[in-house]
Ligand binder design. Structure first.
Ligand code: HEM
Length: 403
């Protein structure tokens, strides 16, 4: 994490703390009450700290995080003393929140189970409330209010420790996701390149070892190598295109031309019937024609792949009423097939890079489509009924004033 990210993180943390403070009803009088309590409760800190570590010692699963023996415990007692003093004196500013967050982070680092942090806090709270009952004179102004202030600051501290744990869990989850993606990427690339490379290897072996190979045979093998190299090259092009999608150049695009161009580049197999609804008079939308052709082409190819035994492909254009009066006018272009459909289980994953249900292909088509559509301030959605078919809908902005 660099300096600016760290600063942003600290500000976010403080904002969150302020929100939580408002939630528990914290105000300046809480800080005043805690400051007034401090001299009264401080004499009890020593016993509270001893009790804290006596209890830790009774729980092997808690004590296992203390790896430095008596010396470390002596140091920990000092830190807990500092933590208690800080609790009553504040000021409850950004630095305070940072220090309290650090405690949570340290516990995450040493792998203290979160529930031990919680019950340990409960123990400290109990001992502090006992001390408050014993050490505050009857004349102490509004004891109930003091108890509320103490509970508030301890609850806020616990929330901060929880946040540290939660952040660590989500960071861990992201790391795992990244690793899983890396695994899929490597597996996908390996799978796609292994076949052509094997074919090249076989031909090279033939060319190196064949005795008296005829010129025709030699040519046949060289052509085979050439074809397989082209296949490998396509895989690499698809990957690098995905990694470096150019910024779209937005211009008015005629939807009718777009559909024609995508169909030209992706001719339908004979067993698939095409329905265009309506067949003409599409409006002008805002987009990068070249990139939108890629999106539509990917959707058409997917639809065809879903209907290996034939079916019907319907391209539907509809104007969408803006949700608010001033909202931009939008147009939807749907690609519907009558194929095998996608199960509800698989549906949320289909736009993820390198997710594929096909035996061949890198699984980049829909991820590329999604990435392009996002850069158009447009949307791509999908609905499917297993056994009946799937509809992909791209929603684009209409050119406001085509003149
Ligand atoms: C809510 C209750 C707890 C509080 C307020 C607390 C307080 C602290 C503080 C202030 C630190 C120093 C953080 C820093 O390095 O800046 C710390 C670290 C630590 N805490 Fe806790 N703690 C709590 C619960 C526990 C429990 C239940 C254990 C169980 C053994 C534990 C074990 C440790 C250990 C091993 C360290 C690392 C110390 C080092 O750096 O050597 N803590 N804790």
């Amino acid at each position: 994490m660099d300096q600016s990210e760290r600063q942003m993180d600290q500000s976010e943390l403080f904002e969150l703390y302020e929100e939580l403070r408002a939630y528990v009803g914290w105000d300046n009088s809480d800080a005043d009450r805690l400051a007034a309590l401090k001299p009264l409760l401080e004499p009890a800190f020593h016993d509270i700290i001893e009790d804290f570590y006596d209890e830790v010692a009774r729980h092997p699963k808690a004590v296992r995080v203390i790896t430095g023996g008596e010396k470390q415990i002596a140091r920990l007692k000092q830190t807990l003393q500092g933590w208690l003093k800080d609790l009553f004196s504040g000021p409850y500013d950004k630095e305070f929140v940072e220090r309290r967050f650090r405690v949570g982070q340290r516990h995450v680092e040493i792998q203290l189970d979160q529930f031990f942090a919680n019950v340990a806090m409960s123990r400290i709270r109990g001992r502090l409330l006992d001390a408050l009952a014993q050490h505050t004179p009857d004349s102490f102004e509004d004891r109930d209010a003091a108890i509320r202030s103490l509970n508030r600051i301890l609850d806020l501290d616990m929330a901060i420790i929880d946040i540290a744990y939660q952040r660590e869990f989500s960071a861990r989850e992201q790391r795992q996701k990244r690793l899983a993606t890396l695994g899929r990427v490597s597996g996908g690339i390996a799978h796609e390149l292994r076949n052509p490379l094997n074919a090249v290897k076989t031909s090279v072996y033939y060319l190196l070892n064949a005795k008296n190979a005829s010129p025709e045979k030699t040519r046949e093998h060289l052509q085979r190598i050439d074809r397989q190299v082209a296949i490998s090259d396509n895989v690499i092009t698809a990957l690098s295109r995905f990694a470096r999608l150019p910024v779209p150049i937005l211009r008015p695009v005629n939807l009718c031309d777009l559909v024609d161009q995508a169909l030209d580049a992706n001719p339908l197999p004979e067993n698939i019937e095409l329905v265009r609804d309506p067949s003409d008079s599409f409006p002008l939308v805002v987009g990068d024609q070249e990139q939108l052709v890629i999106v539509l082409g990917n959707l058409i190819r997917n639809a065809c792949d879903a209907m290996p035994d034939g079916g019907r492909l319907t391209l539907t254009c509809r104007e969408i009423e803006p949700e608010v009066d001033s909202g931009p006018a939008r147009f939807s272009l749907s690609v519907t097939d009558t194929g095998c459909g996608i199960t509800a289980e698989v549906l949320p994953q289909i736009m993820e890079p390198l997710f594929s249900t096909k035996t061949r292909g890198l699984g980049l088509g829909l991820a590329v489509a999604q990435a392009i559509v996002k850069r158009h301030d447009a949307e791509l959605s999908v609905s499917s009924e297993p056994g009946r078919g799937t509809t992909f809908t791209m929603t684009l902005n209409i050119v406001e004033d085509p003149a």
